[in-house]
Design a binder for this molecule. Sequence first.
Ligand SMILES: NC(=O)c1ccc[n+]([C@@H]2O[C@H](COP(=O)([O-])OP(=O)(O)OC[C@H]3O[C@@H](n4cnc5c(N)ncnc54)[C@H](OP(=O)(O)O)[C@@H]3O)[C@@H](O)[C@H]2O)c1
Length: 346
Amino acid sequence: MHLRIALLGYGNVGRALIALLAEKADVLRDRHNLTLGVTGIMTRSAGGWLAPNGKGISPADVLASGWPERDIPVGGESFSGGSIGFVGLAPCDALVELTTLDARTGQPALEHVRRALSAGRSVVTANKGPIAHAYRDLRALAEERGGALRFESTVMDGTPIFNMAAASLPATTIASFRGTLNSTSNYVLSRMARGETLEEAVSGAQRLGIAEANPANDLEGWDAAVKATVLANVLLDANLRPADVLREGLGAEAMRQAQAALLPGQTLKQVAEAERSGDAVTARVRLEALAPGDLLAHLSGMEAGLTLRTDTMGDLTIIEGEGGPGQTAHGVMADLVAIAVTLAGR
Ligand SMILES: NC(=O)c1ccc[n+]([C@@H]2O[C@H](COP(=O)([O-])OP(=O)(O)OC[C@H]3O[C@@H](n4cnc5c(N)ncnc54)[C@H](OP(=O)(O)O)[C@@H]3O)[C@@H](O)[C@H]2O)c1
């Protein structure tokens, strides 16, 4: 099987993906009889290139080219249109959508995904926006046009959640979930528990590269709300948008006050949860003072955890060690392999 992929967005995750695909090329060929060719890459500021003929360029050759700091890879032709034009022209089996998240609208990633699926292509995305804002529509479009839509890396980097549930919980109903999903907040809270001020802890998170210059999205629960929306829409068959997620008692001042009010033995975490009751699904993000017996209380500031309440397996908990672009790229690669296996079986 040969899978042609085009990348929209070539930042931390896109670069990590090309490096991982180059590193794992032999394993993919030996274990899955799979080779990959890159038929184009585009970014907002660097422009892009297309390889319109043949199988595309190997990830190793893309990596070796040094693009976009150096010339486009041999066999590629410069592309100077917009991102929608790129989606229309890139001759791929799967579009890999790795552009920046817009939590409020999901755009323009949502439009990229919609166009690719409409054309019968498969899509892999690590961008939460399209799944948080239009999962049902996109799923229906994929089914109608015969493409696949996969998004393992949208929550907890590449940690298997959606693929695990699809492959290993075939007849399970998930009634609720509860987890610590935002690394910045939980890192900051863990440092505050050790006596640092919120400002010192935020600076530390920024030095580690896990917090944005403006960490408000994380501390005020928006990042966790988008992730909770994705989880609820996919695992609980909800139809929520990020604004539907209740965000209670969050932000810098609330974190200071809650930390000061903790009882001995308690641990403060930003917790995201959702539950189904009849036809309704409610989701919320809030600060919780966790008792010592709570599994989530034992996670370090860099770890994320998610417990699924199931009707078949009781509580299932998935814990991610340190995440980052490498793990996120792995989730994208796992999705690409799954798509190739499906296409090969047709
Ligand atoms: N980093 C992680 O570990 C991680 C984990 C889970 C999910 N994600 C998600 O994965 C996606 C990529 O993350 P990242 O860390 O790689 O982000 P990043 O380093 O900021 O890279 C984003 C890339 O998207 C490009 N881009 C943005 N808007 C575009 C547009 N309209 N058309 C074409 N290209 C566009 C940017 O181009 P320019 O640089 O030229 O502007 C850049 O190449 C995001 O949605 C993020 O939320 C990331």
